[in-house]
Design a protein around this ligand. Structure first.
Ligand code: NCD
Length: 312
């Protein structure tokens, strides 16, 4: 059986092109499975997975949980607001206590960049990063790239734009890594204050002009303003942001060409994208959600396969 080159999924930065291709190939199979009348396979019947969410989540948490259940794993869930973290317990202690209950794999979302890497070095379990602060969100980037590939074919040479709050977005960084590995051309766009200074060193173009960016690209990923991560004012008002960087039907009509629209959710309708555009035929937002389950099944399945090898 083909294997991943990694034992954890900490970030796209650590993956090779072959890893991404293997995850996509495995996801193709699981996508077929979840569209059958019986959506479950017995693959992970003897595996226990803990989902640790130290930060809010709807889609990612439900998607991981569903992926685990479709693979027949036992699942336990933990969210920080209800836990002993509030009583001062350290991350390592919390996780080691969970592992003592014979858990095989940890899916963790945490507000601190590097938290998943830190955990992988300090506890004896397989770790999947479900978002570490402003740093990486690898499963989201994989499902975004998979959804793009499904619609556009091979991504080599395809022009993909990422618009919005690039500075605070883990989705942006992971997407940049993944799409570069797959050979796409990339451009980020947003107000200068929301674009990291040295972004071009990652091999992406940058623009502050939304219309120019839309005319250039085959697909655009519209990101949410991460208000919860801002302690400064990065732009004058939400209304002005929406006028300059929000996607609406008027701008789309002016383009005179079709482009695909992605959004990782949660959408702030009327800010980065208007309702009519979010619900239009070129928006693949719900395909992203559907593919998210298949991609996460693939990630978990392939990492558990490595777990079995290292314990024998
Ligand atoms: C993203 C996240 O949490 O980073 N959402 C998600 O995982 N679906 C993007 C966001 O919160 O804007």
């Amino acid at each position: 059986m083909e294997q991943l080159s990694v034992n954890h999924l900490l970030g796209i930065k650590y993956l090779k092109k072959e890893d991404i291709q293997l995850i996509f190939k495995t996801a193709d199979h699981f996508k077929e499975v979840i569209n059958r009348p019986i959506k479950k396979v017995p693959s992970l019947r003897d595996i226990t997975i803990a989902n640790l969410f130290f930060e809010n989540s709807t889609r990612t948490k439900l998607s991981f949980e569903l992926a685990e259940k479709r693979l027949s794993a036992d699942v336990i869930n933990f969210s920080a607001s209800q836990s002993s973290v509030k009583k001062g317990e350290t991350l390592i202690d919390t996780v080691n206590n969970i592992l003592a209950m014979k858990v095989d794999l940890i899916v963790m979302r945490h507000p601190y960049p590097g938290a998943a890497l830190f955990l992988s070095k300090n506890v004896d379990a397989c770790i999947i990063n479900a978002g570490d602060g402003t740093h990486e969100h690898p499963s989201q980037a994989l499902l975004d790239a998979y959804s793009l590939k499904e619609k556009l074919g091979e991504l080599k040479g395809k022009k993909i734009a990422i618009v919005g709050d690039i500075l605070h977005s883990r989705v942006a960084l992971s997407n940049i890594y993944a799409l570069k590995i797959l050979g796409a051309e990339l451009q980020v766009c947003g107000p200068k204050s929301l674009i990291p200074k040295h972004i071009e060193s990652l091999g992406v173009k940058m623009s502050t002009d939304l219309m120019q960016t839309l005319k250039w690209c085959d697909a655009v990923n519209m990101l949410r303003i991460q208000n919860e991560r801002m302690n400064l004012k990065y732009f004058p008002s939400t209304r002005e942001y929406a006028q300059l960087y929000g996607l609406d039907a008027k701008k789309i009509t002016k383009l005179k060409k079709e482009i695909l629209l992605l959004h990782p959710g949660p959408i702030n309708r009327g800010v980065e994208i208007t309702s009519d555009v979010a619900d239009s035929k070129n928006a693949i937002i719900l395909d992203q959600v559907e593919n998210g389950v298949a991609i996460r099944m693939a990630i978990i399945y392939l990492l558990v396969a490595k777990l079995n090898i290292s314990s024998t």
